[in-house]
Design a protein around this ligand. Structure first.
Ligand code: FAD
Length: 476
């Protein structure tokens, strides 16, 4: 470490406290991402406890010309939350900034610090008899700051929208170390450019989100979950249309799962009982959630009417409705275990894409065929938030193949095939995970040059020294 680096570390220790600036020992938890695809070397890890400490750290780093990778729960899937290999980046972990600053039940808002774990916020809302609807499989570890920085989606988007739609205000430390207090709980505020929405989804490249004011909702009186076997993806889309018509705003979840994805759950987590695991007659299953503001009886009647029509129309060949909350959780747990089962199966190539819902069956049919022709034996893990047109269209090495060699030799080819198809179908190469470092080149290929130029201008205006998560989203 150079003298300047040592001086910076000493300055950071004075700001955050000596035990909260880590340089030695095992820093793997901060240096390696959840997928084990991105591993770097940090100059140090700083864990501030307040917005003032974050601001002071950013100022010290700016003065020393050291760039910052802000980190929440480190569950991001696109290689955006870990340092590069230079050993010259500071990891700024918000793990200690977890306070719920204010809950206003009449305004239906809550203000929390950015390091608050999503599940803790859900629990806080529940204790107040309210609902914070953002929900995703990583909710036990991911943070509100990370959710907003990536504009996370998850399983309730069909009703409540993405993280962006749930946020009313932000507090941000800028790249210059200034604090912007935009913690408004207002639902209407047309006073100029929308700074909040600029920082949301910017993946730590424009500033550090230190707190947020978020929307809360009344808790539904009843929530029912059903698991349906569908004969094809076309019928899954038809079922979605029926569900919209029958349930209206009560439709809060609509997930699709291909049989191979479910068979991985059954293989790696044999304690889970996966319904309708019969690949020949059931190529896809759908998980539906109905939230009702009246009563459980009302919810059940509406659900039964929907499923009856779906059986008559041939959209559904079999279905179960969870009898109670425990059963509902078990069904959701199966769905949420797919990424973990895939990780157990071995390294894989992930695509988090969105396509207009009406075109998804055609996209999957033609892209499956292209991949199977290009790589004999390739295994396709297909699941996702069909209600939002968002698929996790993942590619696993052939069963008898070497996963590491598959990734090394085929990743580029597979990605090009999939993303070119996404473009032909007017889709997006990143629906909810962001760009990070893993999709940077693909963004350059698939985003319009005008849009990229505008993004570069914004980055230059807000972070002229290029200190905030450089080389993520946009090339350094
Ligand atoms: P991190 O991983 O720590 O960081 C992610 C990015 O945000 C990085 O670029 C980082 O620099 C930046 N960042 C983090 N905190 C801040 C901050 N306070 N200020 C500025 N920038 C910041 N995502 C979905 O959208 N939907 C899903 O359904 C979903 N399911 C998942 C399931 C599993 C099993 C896993 C492991 C991940 C899943 N994800 C999903 C991805 C991930 O959980 C989300 O991207 C999440 O929002 C990241 O939050 P985090 O706190 O872990 O952020």
């Amino acid at each position: 470490m150079s003298t300047t680096d040592n001086e910076l570390i000493e300055a950071l220790r004075r700001i955050a406290g000596p035990s909260h600036v880590l340089c030695d020992g095992d820093l793997a938890a901060w240096e390696q991402d959840w997928r084990k695809r991105a591993r770097g070397k940090a100059l140090a890890v700083a864990r501030p406890a307040s917005t003032a400490e974050v601001a002071a750290i950013v100022k010290a780093c700016a003065a020393a010309g050291v760039s910052i990778v802000t980190q929440g729960g480190n569950t991001g899937l696109v290689g955006g939350s870990t340092p590069d290999a230079s050993g010259r980046q500071l990891v700024l972990s918000l793990q200690r900034m977890t306070a719920v600053r204010q809950l206003d039940p009449e305004n239906l808002t809550v203000t929390v610090e950015a390091g608050c774990v999503l599940q803790n916020l859900q629990d806080t809302a529940e204790k107040a008899g309210l609902l914070f609807p953002l929900s995703l499989a990583a909710e036990g570890s991911c943070t509100i700051g990370g959710n907003l920085a990536t504009n996370a989606g998850g399983t309730q988007v069909v009703r409540y929208g993405n993280a962006r739609d749930l946020c009313l205000g932000l507090e941000v430390v800028t790249a210059q170390g200034e604090v912007w207090n935009g913690l408004s709980g207002l639902r209407k505020d047309n006073t100029g450019y929308d700074l909040r929405n600029l920082f949301i989804g910017s993946e730590g490249t424009l500033g550090v989100i230190t707190a947020a004011t978020l929307k809360l909702y009344p808790r539904p009186a009843a929530q029912l979950t059903a698991w349906a076997a569908v004969p094809s993806l076309e019928q899954a889309v038809a079922l979605l249309g029926l569900a919209h018509r029958h349930l209206g705003a009560g439709l809060t979840g609509f997930e699709v799962m291909g049989q191979f994805a479910l068979s991985l759950v059954a293989r790696h987590f044999p304690q889970m009982r996966v319904p309708f695991l019969d690949a020949d007659s059931t190529p896809y299953c759908v998980l539906l959630e109905n939230s009702d503001s009246e009563s459980e009886d009302h919810a059940r009647a509406r659900f039964e009417a929907l499923l009856e029509t779906a059986f008559e129309n041939g959209c559904v060949s079999d279905a179960v409705v969870a009898e109670n909350l425990t059963q509902a959780h078990q069904l959701w747990h199966i769905r949420e275990s797919i990424p973990l089962a895939q990780a157990e199966e071995g390294l894989n190539i992930k695509h988090d894409i969105s396509i207009p819902v009406s075109r998804i069956p055609e996209f999957v049919r033609s892209t499956d065929a292209l991949l199977k022709q290009a790589i004999p034996g390739v295994r396709l893990v297909n699941f996702g938030h069909l209600g939002d047109g968002n698929l996790h269209y993942n590619v696993q090495a052939p069963a008898d193949g070497d996963a590491k060699a598959f990734l090394r030799d085929q990743e580029e080819r597979v990605n090009s095939l999939v993303y070119d198809a996404v473009q032909r179908f007017d889709g997006s190469i990143s629906a909810e995970h962001g760009v990070g470092s893993l999709k940077l080149e693909k963004l350059e290929k698939h985003k319009s040059p005008v849009a990229l130029d505008l993004m570069r201008s914004i980055k230059q205006a807000l972070d002229p020294q290029n200190l905030m998560n450089p080389g993520r989203v946009l090339r350094a």
